[in-house]
Design a protein around this ligand. Structure first.
Ligand SMILES: [Zn+2]
Length: 331
């Protein structure tokens, strides 16, 4: 079987499947684009958007994108696109997030685009699934060997420990995470451990949008002026700079992010604590993804692209940063 043909990406910062004429998570409006999920850095007002039904709902609720521009594609249900078959797969990043698997029927070759993703299971999103592909286009957010996350159980223990300590000190524990995705995961963790909490307005709004899209989450309780005793507050990171927090008697904050693996994280975010709850794959899972997909070629995007490509080459993959400038190893 000849593999001379591959599904090509056009050169340039934005990702464009050349022969399919389909843009991937483009930042500027395009005629046809796949939108992997509803985080702002993956969304633009394209004329025609392919996305999962949950993402379609969030794009309407969050960005006011008109329904007629959105083509909803169910997970695991291939659709025809020119000579290609397109299949959306759950990416495990936030509710509705998808990978895109592309088969070129004319040339018997395939590509998997991960978008933002993680392999580990979480409490508020679908678990990622993958398909083998000849070309793997993968994100590289945590593409350095030092980014190794603790187990989910250990991370949840850290959250509970932070709550217990704050409450024992008569402080109000405030868990800070991005309002779409991270905040719902924090809420689901607190629900699972029966810890009471209230939500900032921005978080409650996103949780309601997810619920309307059919995501199974409990109804968000909105924070009043006073946080009830024994309760935590879930809020977006911008809450740190709000008037509300300056009026609180004894706030104690923790940022929830994979960057908490950097020892300086709590200083950088200006919080009392930092807990490595992430919606991205850590370094071992990035390498594991390559092993699962068994690609002939890997293109790295977003984050430590050159470093991850170099690590993958040391494992004998053909791997290159989409942005070029790969430092070739001298061996
Ligand atoms: Zn994202």
């Amino acid at each position: 079987m000849s593999r001379a043909h591959e599904i090509r990406l056009s050169p340039g910062k934005e990702l464009h499947l050349t022969d399919a004429d389909l843009w991937l998570d483009a930042r500027y409006p395009k005629p046809h684009a796949f939108v992997s999920h509803a985080h702002a850095d993956h969304v633009a007002r394209h004329q025609h958007i392919l996305c999962s039904p949950v993402t379609a709902h969030l794009l309407q609720a969050r960005y006011g994108i008109a329904r007629e521009r959105l083509q909803m594609v169910e997970f695991h249900q291939p659709i025809a696109w020119k000579q290609f078959l397109l299949t959306l797969l759950p990416a495990g990043h936030i509710a509705g997030s998808s990978m895109l698997h592309v088969i070129d029927l004319n040339h018997d070759t395939s590509l998997l685009y991960t978008g933002d993703y993680k392999l580990r299971t979480s409490r508020s999103t679908e678990t990622a699934t993958w398909q083998k592909a000849d070309t793997l286009v993968m994100e590289s957010t945590f593409g350095l060997p030092r980014y190794v996350l603790p187990s989910s159980e250990q991370i949840e223990e850290q959250i509970l420990h932070f709550l217990d300590q704050a409450l024992a000190d008569h402080a109000t524990p405030i868990l800070l995470g991005y309002s779409l995705g991270k905040a719902q995961e924090i809420a689901a963790i607190l629900d699972a451990h029966q810890r009471p909490y209230v939500n900032s307005a921005a978080v409650a709004k996103m949780t309601e949008a997810c619920r309307e899209a059919g995501v199974s989450l409990s109804k968000p309780e909105l924070a009043d002026q006073e946080i009830p005793q024994g309760h935590a507050l879930i809020a977006e990171p911008q809450f740190l700079r709000s008037k509300k927090i300056s009026h609180m008697a004894q706030p104690r904050t923790a940022i929830m992010t994979g960057w908490a693996l950097d020892p300086s994280a709590r200083f950088r975010y200006g919080t009392d604590g930092a807990i490595p709850l992430s919606d991205h794959a850590d370094y071992p899972d990035l390498l594991r993804t390559a092993a699962l997909v068994e690609p002939k070629k890997i293109i790295t995007i977003h984050g430590y692209t050159r470093e991850l490509a170099s690590s993958l080459r040391s494992q004998k993959y053909q791997a290159w940063s989409h942005y070029g400038n790969d430092q070739l190893e001298l061996w």
